[in-house]
Design a protein around this ligand. Sequence first.
Ligand SMILES: NC(=O)c1ccc[n+]([C@@H]2O[C@H](COP(=O)([O-])OP(=O)(O)OC[C@H]3O[C@@H](n4cnc5c(N)ncnc54)[C@H](OP(=O)(O)O)[C@@H]3O)[C@@H](O)[C@H]2O)c1
Length: 324
Amino acid sequence: MKVEERPDPILAAGQVLVRTKAAGLNFADILARQGLYPDGPPKPCVMGYEVAGVIESAGEGVDASLMGKSVIAMTRFNGQAELVAVSAEQVFEKPDSVTFEAAAAIPVNYLTAWVLLVTMGGLQAHEAVLIHNAGGGVGLAALDIARQIGARTFGTASPSKHDFLKQRGLDHAIDYRNQDWLPVLMELTDGRGVELVIDPLGGASWKKSYRALRSTGRMGVFGMSVASASGIKGKVRALKAVLQMPRFNPLGMMNRNKGVFGLNLGHMWKEGEKVRGWTQAIMRGVSEGWIRPHVDRAFRFDEIADAHRYLEERRNIGKVVLIP
Ligand SMILES: NC(=O)c1ccc[n+]([C@@H]2O[C@H](COP(=O)([O-])OP(=O)(O)OC[C@H]3O[C@@H](n4cnc5c(N)ncnc54)[C@H](OP(=O)(O)O)[C@@H]3O)[C@@H](O)[C@H]2O)c1
């Protein structure tokens, strides 16, 4: 990975040019670099799904009053750049209460968590949720939303992240690196399990998470972190994960009163209206103070390799952002 000079983007009608102040780094960027992300653009490429910055110019048909506004935007790649062209419909005004760095931590993490918990997961106040990798970007976002709903929260994470998670309001932090988390969860829930599990690990983990559901429980699957590794090792891990994946039987789900759903935010581009609605709800949460984007570290663009390494080594709590 390296920083390169490219011509400035040319604006199409309906687009705005955003001068990036901070761009989000996501686990998908790591998987794309490792060659494990089917949606990734062919290399060489510029990755990046989200930016926070200032609108510098506006294309034909765009409301000129947007000029100079501080905004947050979702991008379909090309976000990790100084200048980003995006549809004016994809930008949202940045609340003054958050920095550009914190703003760049909002779109992917919070939209993913919102769809998993609220839209598809239907989490209720009287229910319990298990958030896997609770200390990651999506994990912390899910915790904010679950707490606002009023649900009981369980989270798996490396033990070094537990103190922070408890400070953020997680009810029960479970070490899943040094022990089997399922019996611990069952003991904490008097043998019942939880109503919702969100699982980005994939492979055999989905089997176990399904077992953690009590009646009326739902499992949201949204990632394949277990495959993460460079070179041939990653390909082998991905294959192993696919082989170990559960195959769900509709009759079995019917008789157990359980459900399974999947989410890929990157395949939501044709649902602009829905995404805008969710984003507006999240922005209300920011102004009300219960959406608390947490940036662990900001790396300069030319430190991109260090930033990738930091995520791969699981050192982040919450978000890692890149600054030009
Ligand atoms: N489907 C979608 O639309 C969508 C959208 C966003 C994210 N995702 C997926 O959600 C997952 C989390 O994303 P994120 O942006 O929140 O990532 P993140 O901030 O980097 O957090 C990931 C956390 O997962 C844990 N982890 C488990 N296995 C790991 C591995 N092999 N390598 C590194 N860390 C590992 C680590 O926590 P511990 O130290 O506690 O183990 C790590 O801190 C990823 O699988 C990502 O692809 C999916």
